[in-house]
Design a protein around this ligand. Structure first.
Ligand code: 5GP
Length: 288
């Protein structure tokens, strides 16, 4: 059945009401940003325009929250990203209050920084240099691949069995995960969210498919692609590293060709001529 046709007058009235609701919402966000309205007071407001506002939009306007933390807060509290103010229950409000207490302790939100690029390009060497900088927190991934000599469980990776990894997938514990050269790799979500709430800039060193998942889910993430100075250099580095079997080296090189073609999907490209230079480029991209 077709919806009833509105008269011209009713259409005009509806249009005017929509404009005024939009203005009201914009005004509320502005007042929250300026600190002239307290976020939690809005939940007592009974205006229809406010009740229909999306919680995430309102959260983003709160000083010190911004886009990254708004997404994190909803993830941590288990509140849907499409929830509207009018649909927030008492228990959810209490959870939000607890998150606000954490924010008070670290008023500035960090950014999510994704570092990607072909195997052997030097991503770990670059990100490892940020370990001593307390503005950054380097995520420790879970993986099913064999531990290499010199690697430490819990430091380089959480080395887990296939069954364990699959359980983590089922329990929705990954921010992203992907298969790479015969093993699975994933970023544990909780630790990343905790670090972002703590005001850290969080660095994920991950391959292309994982980076694409982050792009889709975290609009505010900064994606950086690390490129080798040349193909010959990449091949030489990967072989010289000597960590892989012949088969794994070949799988990684095949995959590298694919990854290099995707560089334009990233926000920034850094050519790794020299590690310290690449590190400072990365730091300035994250902190600007
Ligand atoms: P490797 O076995 O050399 O340590 O890592 C292989 C590839 O997996 C690298 O490109 C590395 O960046 C990527 N990787 C490491 N951890 C993760 C992760 O948590 N998620 C995804 N998608 N890739 C990862």
């Amino acid at each position: 059945m077709l919806p009833p046709r509105l008269s011209r007058r009713s259409r005009r009235k509806a249009g005017e009401a929509a404009v005024s609701a939009r203005q009201e919402r914009a005004r509320v966000k502005e007042l929250i940003t300026k600190g002239e309205i307290y976020f939690f007071d809005l939940f007592k407001d009974e205006r229809k325009s406010i009740l229909r506002m999306k919680l995430i939009d309102l959260l983003q306007s709160v000083p010190g929250i911004g886009k990254s933390r708004a997404e994190v807060i909803l993830d941590r509290t288990g509140i849907s990203h499409s929830r509207r103010i009018g649909g927030v229950g008492h228990r959810q409000l209490e959870l939000l209050r607890q998150e606000f207490l954490l924010i008070k302790n670290s008023p500035k939100s960090g950014r999510l920084l994704v570092v990607s690029g072909p195997s052997g390009v030097g991503k770990s060497t670059i990100t490892n240099k940020l370990r001593n900088d307390d503005r950054f927190w380097i995520s420790v991934s879970a993986t099913t691949r064999e531990i290499r000599s010199g690697e430490q469980n819990g430091v380089d990776y959480h080395f887990v069995s296939n069954e364990h990894f699959d359980r983590m997938i089922t329990k929705n514990e990954f921010l992203e995960w992907a298969s790479f050269a015969g093993a699975k790799y994933g970023t544990p979500k909780k630790a990343v969210n905790d670090a972002l709430m703590d005001g850290k800039n969080v660095v994920l060193e991950i391959e292309l498919n994982g980076a694409r998942q982050v792009r889709k889910n975290s609009k505010n993430a900064i994606l950086v692609f690390i490129k080798p100075p040349s193909w010959e250099e990449l091949t030489a580095r990967l072989i010289k590293r000597g960590t892989e079997s012949e088969q794994s080296t070949q799988a990684r090189l095949d995959r590298a060709k694919e990854e290099l073609l995707a560089a334009s999907e990233f926000d920034h490209v850094v050519i790794n001529h020299q590690v310290d230079q690449s590190v400072s480029e990365l730091v300035s991209l994250a902190l600007r």
